[in-house]
Design a protein around this ligand. Structure first.
Ligand SMILES: *[C@@H]1O[C@H](CO)[C@@H](O)[C@H](O)[C@H]1NC(C)=O
Ligand SMILES: *[C@@H]1O[C@H](CO)[C@@H](O)[C@H](O)[C@H]1NC(C)=O
Length: 441
């Protein structure tokens, strides 16, 4: 009984209190990381002048961005594969947070805007941030459009689901390439065999490759509102023929690899089991990654540049879709279901269905640091790229993965298991590992 109470309290702290504390307004995410000293400063888009610009023009994406585009290993038993936003939107209507229908289906991507006129009261302007997309179908029944599309086995191309690439000039030779991965549904984790919890319609994940004078320097990847931050050299690479305009060339390039977790699509740099990225070493809330189907987002993407105020499409295809959908600030999925809805469930840490995420331009693309934002759990208040890969644990981890996580090196060698658990508790439930890992990772 006592054990269960302790467990529930820890779940509560990890799943509810920690995310709530994440939005700490006093943390300066714009502070540059330590590693960037010695290089000229990374500039936010609104401080760039003609003298400091890295790219020749808006709407221009350099070849090196595609050459170093991350390949994504999706989970082998994934049920919710990448989705095309243009197809997704047909199955939605726009509602205000107060529950008023603003635009009925069938919607097109062009119908999404920064603000809407209320059709009944044309004087009234509704900010998109006060709206959400509401599904026309019952998402609890897995309609076909929610399942997405698998990559082709040979090329890794997903014909029916383009990725979204947004390139941002950060001045002084720096260029950020944000690759967005859209999935129609996020299936949350199971807790002690029950679940899934924290499901939502619409799932925007992304990675950032930061270049200095055409050379990739850092790779950041999103996971549950936080993410992993690496020196580009530390990331596992895969040799592949370089594709130009969708056709393979004889040139071999080394592409970085990231791993998308089962259901949640959180991104990691290795395979195995990953505790959610909080400093508590608590694997009950875990993600799983493996070497499932390989997705090459560079073979089918919608490309844009962004200068802090304007989005510029890179080709005719994007021009035809328009750019207003990127300025939509509402939620890309249904609101959290009310308690009274028979599909909704609750456990002491989480609801079964929670609200959808907001779109790409709300993900701090103006950042000069590498992280999207600081998590409360990041006690040291900086976003420093790791020099070694954070390894997964558990059955799915590959043989040499036991030597990854610095604390893990010590901990995983301890047998029997109960003794290891005692050690783990003695290290302030992993906070000591987190600190050690911070300085030696
Ligand atoms: C961004 O681009 C638009 C259109 O290309 C331009 O009008 C605007 O001044 C640019 N803003 C900045 C901060 O460069
Ligand atoms: C919205 O569209 C659906 C079908 O497309 C229709 O059944 C429904 O009555 C419409 N709602 C309103 C308020 O017009």
């Amino acid at each position: 009984m006592i054990l269960i109470s302790i467990l529930l309290t820890l779940f509560y702290v990890e799943a509810v209190v920690v995310p709530w504390l994440d939005d700490d307004p006093f943390i300066d995410v714009t502070k540059p990381s330590k590693q960037e000293l010695g290089f000229p400063p990374v500039l936010p888009p609104n401080e760039i002048t003609d003298d400091t610009r890295s790219l020749p023009s808006e709407g221009f994406i350099p070849d090196y961005v595609l050459k170093h585009c991350p390949l994504v290993h999706l989970y082998s038993e994934e049920e919710y594969w990448p989705t095309d936003v243009s197809e997704f939107i047909h199955h939605f209507r726009v509602m205000t947070n107060e529950g008023k229908l603003l635009r009925n289906g069938t919607l097109d991507l062009k119908d999404l805007k920064e603000e809407f006129l209320d059709l009944e009261d044309p004087q009234e302007v509704v900010e998109s941030s006060d709206t959400y997309l509401s599904s026309l179908d019952d998402f609890d029944k897995d309609p076909r459009w929610m399942l997405g599309h698998k990559p082709e086995y040979s090329s890794g191309r997903i014909n029916d689901a383009p990725a979204v690439l947004i390139v941002v000039d950060k001045g002084n030779g720096w260029v950020d390439a944000y690759w967005f991965y859209f999935y129609a549904f996020n299936l949350g984790p199971f807790i002690m065999g029950y679940g899934p919890w924290g499901n939502h319609v619409g799932d925007w994940e992304h990675s950032l490759v930061r270049f200095y004078e055409g050379e990739p320097k850092y790779l950041w990847m999103s996971a549950h509102g936080g993410g992993g931050c690496y020196q580009f050299d530390a990331i596992e690479k895969k040799k592949r023929y370089n594709y130009i305009h969708g056709k393979p060339t004889p040139e071999v390039v080394e592409r970085p690899l990231i791993f998308s977790a089962r259901g949640t699509h959180a991104n990691y740099a290795s395979v195995g089991q990953h505790a959610h990225d909080v400093p508590f070493f608590f694997s009950a809330l875990s993600d799983f990654t493996d070497r499932g189907p390989l997705w090459d987002p560079a073979l089918n993407f919608l490309g844009y540049t962004y200068n802090g105020t304007n989005v510029t499409p890179v080709s005719k295809r994007e021009e035809e879709l328009g750019t207003s959908w990127l300025t939509y600030k509402g939620r890309w999925g249904d609101k959290q279901l009310p308690w009274s809805d028979p599909r909704q469930r609750w456990c002491p840490v989480q609801w079964r269905y929670i609200e959808g995420p907001t779109g790409p331009l709300t993900k701090n693309l103006e950042r000069t640091g590498l992280c999207q934002r600081m998590k409360w759990g990041n006690i040291l208040r900086v976003c420093t790229p790791r020099r070694t890969i954070k390894r997964g644990q558990g059955l799915d981890a590959e043989r040499n993965d036991m030597v990854g996580d610095n604390c893990g090196v010590l901990l995983y060698r301890i047998r029997p298991k109960w003794l290891r658990s005692l050690f783990r508790i003695a290290m302030w439930r992993g906070v000591a590992c987190f600190l050690m890992d911070y300085f030696t990772g």
